[in-house]
Design a protein. Structure first.
Lengths: 610, 610
């Protein structure tokens, strides 16, 4: 009885094909819609402190009063050093730390990426926990120049003052490391790499070390003007990894509830907690996560499973000053100091849409998964499609014999699929992905844009060339199935990869899935050249290059800057986004274009296949 | 007896019941057998030494001797009975017990007091020579020794089981004399508990072992609050037999020491207010030479003075007077309190009253005092500006150990041994005791010398390795090596992390697992250049925090709840199917209202007739 179904379906295959197409379409629509539903109250949750030990805001913070005189003096010291070289700065900072009675270390580093050299000198000081045993540490970091290359006057001065202030307390259970990194991008990376002895040749080892780092707070307080309006909490890590939500919640709760400081996320300065603002905050977070780049000194710590955030001041019209920021940092450190275990209670996978509202992985994951499912369903549809079969039809006699022998009808009867040609197309193109990846990671910044435009031209022509080559060499009746199957394999691989990626970097997976949507319907249409042309243009518009232009426009930068950032990211931070783009997405796109272009080529060359 | 009489006499002279006391002593004299004489001798000494960075080292040493025959006959005089009986019961000939908290900062403070012989690794460390016929018996006695000590010292010593016990081969040698015992019957066992937090509950039993029990003598300074606020503190108990080579008589010696390093500024500030609030503006010590110096700006200068301190400031009380047992024994004056500091600093020192100075063996940088009974003693140093740099003895070796790498699967350990001596190499024994779940790869064990030796010879001369057995014993690694002059030896090895069973994780699994300090022993040797003898010295590295792959402990509960639900559903429906009798609708007897009433009536009637 059960066997009758496939036999019937075989007779009536178009039902299955339509069903797959419908399901694939439905998956994509539901996936997109579910993402848009997330900011609603019914789907998102209020944040809460999961780790009981943190007790945020339960202690009184005392920083202020005469300590502010010291901060002001240190501000002047930092100001005097403003444009000095990093070794002069490091020496002076080391002197100040030493006079506070701390252990001081310095570290020179040098990175090479995109033809440029990034050098600097980090300086750091270790405050030994009074009764501690050097097993655990927390880090207070202030980059000398912040991510926008502004002199981080307030941040550095505050760190210097806090180092003296913290030393007077005997309650620390963990060592406190005060790190003044030379810049916000390469310096912290060099330092954290060397802390774990995983640094390269051009980076000095650390002379002074402490225990396992449990948390990092970065203070970004640039400018000479003391007052600020609100606190911007930056949390995105390299490769879209995020710090534990408890750390962000602690910072938010302390600054909002204890200090009366407004907190902002993702540069959304006037958040009204409405649907549109929540959605925008979430989407901005997703873009940062998808790009996987560093958004501040904290980003470099996160891949080491060290939870880190940046507290950046924003605006200069408010009534908060270094005192309130110092108290906030003090209170956050008191909370971190309370930690008995490494951060593990709360979420590591979440999307924040307001300082106190989030969705966790269980709720948002289906969105990206459904996009990947859409791709996979299309691939299955192509596999089932009889047009993907090219072998000769078996003789009727053999078929009937089989039925007689076993009394069972082989479901997978009929002509066979020729796998060699499509397989080699897909694998070959994926291997080609290494070329742009290697080229863009080794080219100088100066020649970056010219190389990029050459590469665009090459990859516009490449699919057409491949389809011409195949049309010329392969026998006509194998052509159409070969293009069908290569698309099938490519989509299958992409679907599989995206669903895996979704668990690691949801946003990257979702955005690539979104851009890859045309791949699900842009198919080989040898009968309709105009449709093929439309599809081809559509694919061109959703290519990785188009995405690059979109990203460049979003940040207001040139494409070469984005590529330079990618190259820097690869060499310095170990950022995997370029690998995903060039070795997964780009090949899938090329195969998609091959199957679309082949219809035009076949029409022009008069090879309609079987 | 005369001694005893004299002492009691002295005690009671100040009392108004003078005559009564005399009668009482006479009575005592008559009733007691005449041959009892306190043969035990007792000494106590407090060494003070200011250290750089506004720290003060206070070393308390309590030592008592008694004839071993009396000890064997359970005739305890000054030797604590509680400990003596444990040692006799477990046939322990020599015992070393260490409690330590914090870390010794050798960069700043120099060599450890007593050549590091009295210091242990963080937490609790113990080793003993147990007399036994065979290994099994020794193990059993070691276990019962630890169990008994655990009760005596309120420490988790009973957790020293076979996985934490090692038998060092090269690192430890007996310090006692064994003229009569066959040394092959002595078994050395060593155990450590790096996670044990040392606190007041360990101090109280420690003080109870002293003859004066913290009521008089230098031990009155030992207050739990002050002791455990110290930056470093180590308590030790050593019991060993000592024989005189001339007379051949043997004594049992118990030596108790406490070394503590106090942060002078923090201790003084505690006196004023327990919370280190920002100081008042006029209390700030500012650098007025800065161009911006004003009421608003203060560049701190408080590192430019030596703070004034006195014993009563730092310890919260004065020494209440000498311990009677430690006063009268030798005819000459004893040193009870000694202070080592630069000569010109000692000149400014003041003592409270009536403190008799004791001879200092001609050392100009030392001053000693003798305590008198019931006469309080205090010492005070005035403020000093500019500060006088304190005496510092260069340590023989600097040692530092840290983890390398990150991740849940593998890791590495890196130990840096630095010989500061410019001329002489130093021979060192490195002992590492690792828990079984940290599995080192011995083939990765390497020693790198910096700067690279010309001969390229191997610095490791001997290696003893006892591999771990899962859940039975840990790894023991001992290496004898030579650190060339003015160079650094870097020992590295990689290890694999084991996955524990669910129940083997401690309640705070995400904190990580403590790995005991490495023990570096410098055997007694002669310097090659000047023939100076180097005494046996030992150095401990800090302990490490190893993070193991940790399961999500809420997961099992989820699984339990989930499976229970499914079980309940399945059980419910299957039970229903089994128990319920299925009948067709028409088979069921129709029961209408009349019938029901009739049935009820029938039942009632039945009940009545019965």
């Amino acid at each position: 009885m059960a066997l009758r179904v496939p036999v019937n379906l075989r007779k009536n295959l178009s039902v299955v094909l339509y069903a797959f197409q419908g399901l694939s379409f439905l998956a994509v629509i539901v996936g997109l819609a579910s993402l848009l539903l997330l900011p609603l109250d019914e789907y998102s949750r209020r944040t809460y402190i999961s780790e009981n030990a943190l007790l945020p805001g339960q202690v009184h913070a005392y920083f202020g009063g005469s300590e502010q005189n010291i901060v002001r003096a240190f501000r002047r010291e930092v100001d005097l050093l403003g444009n000095s070289t990093s070794d002069v700065v490091a020496e002076r900072m080391a002197e100040i730390f030493r006079s506070a009675g701390l252990k001081v270390g310095k570290q020179r580093y040098s990175y090479k990426a995109a033809g440029g050299e990034y050098t600097g000198e980090n300086v750091y000081a270790v405050l030994h926990a009074p009764r501690g045993d050097a097993t655990e540490a927390i880090v207070l970091c202030a980059p000398w120049r912040n991510i926008d290359h502004l002199l981080n006057e307030g941040g550095v001065a505050l760190t210097l003052a806090l180092s003296r202030y913290f030393k007077r307390w005997s309650l620390w259970s963990k060592d406190i490391i005060f790190l003044i990194s030379s810049d916000a991008r390469a310096g912290p990376q060099a330092w954290v790499d060397a802390y774990h002895d995983l640094h390269g040749k051009n980076i000095q080892s650390l002379s002074v070390k402490s225990g396992a780092i449990q948390g990092v707070v970065v203070v970004d307080y640039p400018g000479a003007y003391h007052r600020f309006e609100s606190l911007h909490i930056i949390y995105d890590g390299i490769n879209g990894q995020l710090p534990n939500l408890d750390l962000i919640n602690t910072a938010v709760q302390i600054s909002r509830d204890q200090m009366g400081l407004r907190t902002d996320l993702q540069e959304m300065w006037n958040h009204d907690d409405g649907y549109r603002h929540r959605l925008r905050t979430m989407l901005r977070g997703m873009v940062n996560q998808a790009l996987g780049h560093s958004t501040g000194p904290h980003s470099s710590f996160i891949p080491y499973h060290i939870d880190a955030i940046t507290l950046a001041t924003h605006g200069d019209g408010g009534w908060h000053d270094e005192g309130s920021l110092g108290r906030t940092v003090e209170s956050v450190f008191r909370s971190l100091n309370n930690l008995l275990e490494h951060f593990h209670q709360s979420f590591f996978f979440y999307l924040l849409m307001a300082p106190k509202r989030f969705v966790s992985i269980g709720t948002y994951l289906p969105a990206a998964m459904l996009l990947a499912v859409g791709l996979t369903l299309t691939a299955i549809r192509l596999w089932v499609d009889p047009r993907s079969r090219s072998g000769e039809e078996k003789k009727e006699e053999e078929k009937s014999e089989k039925v007689k022998e076993g009394g069972v009808v082989a479901v997978d009867g009929g002509p066979k699929r020729e796998l060699f040609l499509p397989m080699s197309i897909v694998i070959g193109v994926h291997f080609c992905g290494v070329i742009p990846f290697a080229v863009f990671n080794s080219v100088d910044y100066k020649s970056m844009s010219s190389v990029f435009y050459i590469f665009i031209a090459a990859s516009v022509i490449l699919p057409t060339l491949i389809s011409i080559l195949i049309t010329l060499t392969a026998s006509p009746h194998r052509l159409l199935p070969a293009f069908h199957l290569s698309r099938c394999f490519s989509l299958l691989f992409l679907g599989m990869f995206l669903s895996t990626l979704a668990t690691l970097n949801f946003s990257l997976s979702f955005l690539i899935g979104l851009f890859s949507l045309p791949l699900t319907f842009a198919r080989t249409t040898p009968d309709s050249v105009p449709l093929a042309l439309v599809n081809s243009i559509l694919l061109q518009l959703t290519s990785p290059f188009a995405a690059l232009f979109v990203v460049a426009g979003y940040w207001g930068l040139g494409v070469e800057d984005i590529l330079k950032e990618a190259s820097f990211g690869w060499w310095v931070w170990g950022m995997w986004t370029p690998v995903v783009v060039w070795c997964v997405w780009w090949p899938a796109w090329v195969v998609g274009r091959v199957s679309v272009d082949s219809s035009i080529v076949m029409a022009v060359m008069g090879k309609r296949g079987s | 007896m005369t001694l005893l009489f004299a002492r009691s006499h002295q005690w009671l002279t100040s009392s108004p019941l003078k005559t009564f006391s005399r009668i009482l002593t006479l009575l005592l004299l008559i009733t007691l057998p005449g041959n009892i004489v306190i043969a035990d001798t007792y000494k106590e000494k407090l060494d003070l030494q200011p250290l750089s960075g506004q720290f003060l080292l206070a070393s308390f040493n309590f030592q008592s001797h008694g004839p071993i025959e009396a000890f064997n006959k359970q005739m305890f005089q000054l030797f604590p009975r509680s400990l003596g009986q444990i040692l006799q019961y477990t046939h322990t000939r020599e015992l070393h017990l260490r409690f330590a908290l914090g870390r010794w900062d050798s960069e700043l403070w120099g060599a450890q007091p007593g050549d590091g012989q009295n210091a242990g690794g963080t937490g609790v460390e113990t080793w003993a020579w147990v007399e036994a016929d065979n290994d099994v018996e020794a193990e059993a006695r070691w276990t019962s020794l630890n169990n008994a000590l655990s009760g005596l010292f309120c420490a988790s010593l009973n957790f020293i089981d076979s996985t934490r016990t090692i038998r060092p081969v090269m690192s430890f040698n007996p310090t006692g004399d064994y003229p009569t015992t066959n040394t092959s019957r002595l078994f050395l066992l060593h155990g450590s508990l790096p996670k044990e937090p040392v606190c007041t509950e360990n101090l109280t039993p420690f003080l109870k072992l002293l003859p004066c029990k913290g009521k008089s003598g230098i031990s009155t300074l030992l207050d739990g609050h002050k002791l455990f606020d110290a930056s470093f503190q180590s308590m030790s108990i050593d019991v060993r037999p000592i024989c005189s080579p001339h007379t051949g008589t043997c004594d049992i010696e118990i030596q108790q020491t406490i070394d503590m390093v106090l942060d002078i500024s923090r201790s003084l500030q505690r006196k004023d207010s327990p919370v280190p609030r920002p100081r008042d503006q006029h209390e700030l010590i500012c650098d007025t030479s800065k161009p911006y110096a004003s009421n608003e700006y203060c560049y701190p200068m408080d590192n430019s003075i030596d703070l004034p301190w006195s014993l009563s400031d730092l310890f919260g009380r004065t020494i209440s007077g000498g311990c009677p047992f430690a006063i009268d024994i030798p005819a000459e004056e004893t040193q009870h309190v000694c202070i080592r500091a630069p000569e010109n600093k000692l000149k400014t020192m003041e003592t409270l009253e009536l403190a008799a100075s004791a001879p200092t063996d001609g050392q100009p940088d030392q001053k000693c005092y003798m305590l008198r009974e019931n006469v309080p003693f205090d010492l005070s140093f005035p403020k000093q500006q500019p500060p006088i740099s304190p005496l510092r003895q260069e340590p023989l070796l600097y040692a530092e150990r840290s983890f390398t790498g990150h991740g849940q699967e593998h890791g590495g350990v890196k130990t840096v041994l630095r010989n500061p001596n410019p001329n002489d190499p130093i021979e060192v024994v490195y002992l590492e005791s690792l828990p079984w779940f940290m599995k080192p790869y011995l083939h990765t064990f390497k020693a790198q010398v910096l700067p690279v030796l010309s001969g390229g010879e191997d610095v490791i001369s001997e290696l003893y390795y006892r591999p771990a057995l899962d859940r039975k014993r840990g790894t023991q690694l001992e290496a004898k090596l030579v650190v060339p002059p003015n160079s650094v030896v870097i020992l590295t090895y990689d290890f694999e992390k084991a996955v524990l069973r669910y129940t083997e994780y401690p309640p705070d699994a995400n904190r990580g697992f403590d790995v005991a300090s490495a023990i570096i022993t410098i055997p007694p040797q002669k310097r090659r250049s000047d023939g100076e003898k180097i005494p046996a010295t030992s150095i401990r590295t800090t302990s490490l925090l190893l993070s193991l792959p940790t399961p999500d402990f809420s997961m099992p509960y989820n699984v339990i709840i989930f499976t229970s639900t499914i079980m309940a559903l399945a059980f419910g429906s299957i039970f229903n199917l089994l128990v319920r009798r299925f009948v067709a609708v028409d088979e069921v007897q129709r029961v209408d209202l009349k019938g029901k009433i009739r049935g009820l009536l029938g039942k009632l009637k039945k009940g009545k007739t019965e």
